[in-house]
Design a protein around this ligand. Structure first.
Ligand code: BGC
Length: 332
């Protein structure tokens, strides 16, 4: 593993980029925002190309803060209704950075923070302390994300956190994939043609403000039925309930496939849900609508206000553990 300087923040802090390589896959991660800046993998001809959307310099990320390109999202990924939740005897108030709601950890979530890097057994461990009260969340949180490539070139991201007071935690990675290759030539395949398969019979149906309403709905007979491979299309910004539920070790729940290049992305997680986002809101500079697909593994949106959803509460006597595996491959 090697690291190099990638850029400098306004306050003079140097951001480093770490490179992991295994089995023909190369992944690059920034100490700013835990961002997966690059992931390169071969197609069925053996030609390597970039498969995540990103930027060649720090400025690109700083200029597009609302899109969370490749970022480590927290303390609570996704939405919390009204930017408020109750825990114990208290009500906590968060930034309303998405209409009335809180989104992706607030005004300055984990994606916009510096992380300490260390190499541990060939893996990159990023860690930081999120102080009590940061972005309105209770509890001093010691949090880490460990990025590693296994012998098959699969990227594992393993999150761990402990808090000194009850809090809520929901961490994810916000990479946008385009398996057709996002080469320096600027030529991109339309990610709408990517085929998606999800072992998910239900999804949490959102209201207009994207907060889940009611009970999870069956996907059967709707455009959300990806139980067999189907083009992902557009207009998806939805949380799917994975049939496997919360699991102690990552279990496979789906695949993205690009017929043109033959590249596949098989995803496994310990999490109960995946938020699929087809990036319809990209403005076109440099990325246009639906240029990539995000598969954000996580607990369901607004879980802190939904006792009927798997709990996102972390107590001081517990350790938050979450792991997702992104395995790039090819189909002949
Ligand atoms: C959310 C979208 C939001 C996007 C911002 C996604 O995770 O679900 O609603 O617009 O992040 O990049």
């Amino acid at each position: 593993m090697r690291s190099e300087e990638f850029g400098t923040l306004d306050d003079g802090t140097t951001v480093h980029r770490w490179t992991l390589e295994s089995a023909g896959v190369r992944v690059r991660v920034l100490t700013y925002g835990g961002i997966v800046q690059s992931a390169e993998a071969p197609d069925r001809q053996g030609d390597t190309a970039e498969v995540v959307l990103g930027f060649p310099s720090l400025k690109g990320y700083l200029d597009a803060p609302g899109f969370y390109f490749g970022a480590l999202v927290g303390r609570y990924a996704n939405r919390i209704a009204g930017g408020r939740f109750e825990l114990g005897e208290r009500t906590y108030h968060l930034a309303h950075n998405d209409g009335e709601n809180s989104l992706h950890g607030g005004e300055r979530g984990f994606d916009k923070r510096m992380w300490e890097a260390e190499e541990v057994d060939g893996a990159l461990r990023l860690s930081r302390v999120s102080p009590h009260g940061e972005e309105g969340f209770p509890g001093r949180l010691e949090v880490s994300a460990t990025y590693s490539l296994d012998e098959n070139g699969a990227l594992h991201i393993a999150y761990e956190a402990v808090s000194d007071a009850p809090t809520v935690v929901n961490l994810t990675n916000h990479s946008y994939f385009n398996l057709g290759g996002v080469g320096p030539d600027g030529v991109r395949r339309d990610a709408r043609e990517h085929e998606l398969r999800l072992v998910a019979s239900r999804l949490t149906m959102p209201g207009e403000d994207r907060i889940p309403t009611g009970e999870p709905a069956e996907v059967a007979g709707t455009r959300f039925d990806f139980r067999a491979h189907r083009p992902v299309g557009s207009g998806i910004d939805h949380n799917f309930v994975l049939d496997k539920g919360v699991t102690p070790v990552p279990e496979e729940f789906g695949e993205l496939y690009d017929a043109g290049s033959g590249r596949t992305l098989t995803v496994s997680t310990t999490e109960p849900g995946v938020h699929v986002y087809t990036a319809d809101h990209f403005g076109g500079d440099p990325y246009g609508p639906c240029d990539g697909v995000a598969l954000e593994t996580q607990h369901f949106p607004d879980s802190p206000n939904r006792p009927d959803f798997p709990s996102a509460v972390l107590s001081p006597d517990e350790v938050y553990l979450s792991e997702t595996v992104y395995a790039l491959g090819v189909r002949a």
